[in-house]
Design a protein around this ligand. Structure first.
Ligand SMILES: [Zn+2]
Ligand SMILES: [Zn+2]
Length: 388
């Protein structure tokens, strides 16, 4: 047995505080690096519970670090709180920060009462959606004194699952430059930057047929010209190159660059490729922590399944999980299966079912942290898994 039930009952005592936070952040969705309200509201609560908070943190205005407790063992809970353009909290990050705070406050209460030593850290990590806040924090040493870390993520499905891993993600922006000219009057004078983009999009579509199953590439055209009668002299697109194997991303980058160069040759355009320097790594889920997540949920009567293969999405938690033992498991927040990043998921992130699942997952996360503080055998297993 884990202490999951005890932790859940401590969480339930302040249920309204946590759900109020979840609702308020849901109602005020903020995009990556603009999460001023969500970060400040979490900081207020953490300070009221006696956590010592650094905010802003490591040069990121909407990042924070909250610490409580004393002891040699340091466990961190990662909080996320950014939303998506157009669909608000369609990734349910309002529930991620709520789970982190509920878990942290319950751990603080239980560890105080039972005099359990250990340092607890809540890391407020902004801009998961496309900004790689965790990459920037990790690079600056945010995890240096931390032994293990975790977070929980909602899933637009009825099921809870362990962390199956995910793809690494290299973001790329491409620009084509041509020459403007009247498309009807003097087409022969123009160099068409939209033609180059069109050829890239078509070539990527062909390339996709030969990609291995664990690789993905997809993009959107963010600038495609202004008027039909002006040959576009500039176009821009953003692509994500993904693969479960970190190493294969390098191969993909070479091919992608060849495609862009090919489009230049075919159209006389020039180009610029910007591969973001904050690529996210494929997650390395810790097997022992995954097992403990299943065990903790079982103590609440919840079945947690093991996905057959890694997820096709990506997250900056990947970069945490390759430097410290960690997991990013899931909790189901709706009655049916829906797509992630959908309006259905946005609605579920503010539903009663979503709220309860969030608190259940918070309790499971607390149970894992507590096991880590108190059980040297578990710590040894976690470390052995990490180094395997
Ligand atoms: Zn997302
Ligand atoms: Zn997410």
């Amino acid at each position: 047995m884990t202490r999951c039930k005890d932790i859940l009952s401590i969480i339930e005592r302040d249920r309204e505080t946590y759900l109020d936070l979840a609702r308020r952040i849901w109602e005020r969705p903020e995009l990556s690096f603009e999460e001023h309200y969500a970060a400040a509201e979490q900081v207020k609560l953490l300070e009221s519970w006696g956590f010592s908070v650094t905010f802003p943190y490591l040069g990121l205005k909407t990042a924070f670090r909250a610490e409580w407790g004393e002891g040699d063992i340091v466990f961190a809970l990662a909080s996320e709180y950014d939303a998506l353009p157009g669909i608000g909290h369609g990734c349910g990050h309002n529930l991620i920060c709520t789970a982190a705070l509920a878990s942290a406050n319950a751990l603080r209460q239980l560890m105080t009462k039972e005099r359990i030593p250990g340092k607890l850290v809540v890391l407020g990590t902004p801009a998961e959606e496309g900004g790689s806040g965790k990459v920037l924090l990790e690079r600056q040493g945010a995890l240096d004194d931390i032994h293990a870390c975790m977070m929980v993520h909602p899933k637009s499905s009825p099921t809870y699952t362990t962390d199956p891993g995910c793809t690494a993600n290299q973001r790329a922006t491409i620009d084509f430059y041509g020459k403007a000219s009247h498309a009807g009057g003097m087409p022969e004078q123009g160099i068409n930057a939209l033609d180059a983009m069109n050829l890239v999009y078509a070539a990527v579509g062909c390339w996709r047929q030969q990609l291995p199953e664990d690789a993905r590439i997809h993009g959107v055209i963010t600038a495609g010209g202004d008027r039909p009668n002006i040959i576009p002299d500039h176009t821009q697109a953003k692509f994500y190159l993904r693969c479960v194997r970190n190493t294969y991303l390098e191969t993909m980058k070479v091919r992608f660059k060849n495609i862009v160069d090919g489009a230049c040759l075919m159209t006389d355009c020039t180009s610029k490729i910007d591969f973001a320097d904050t690529a996210t790594a494929a997650r390395k889920p810790n097997g022992s922590m995954n097992k403990m997540y299943m065990k903790a949920l079982k103590d609440l009567g919840i079945e947690c399944t093991v996905p057959a293969k890694p997820g096709g999405g990506s997250t900056d938690f990947g970069n945490f999980s390759i430097v410290r033992p960690g997991i990013h498991p899931y909790f189901g927040i709706c009655d049916n299966e829906y797509a992630g990043h959908s309006v259905e998921m946005t609605a579920a992130a503010n539903s009663e079912r979503g709220h309860q699942a969030c608190l259940n997952a918070a309790a499971a996360m607390g149970a894992i942290a507590l096991e880590y503080y108190t059980n040297p055998d578990f710590r040894a297993e976690v470390d052995a898994d990490f180094h395997r």
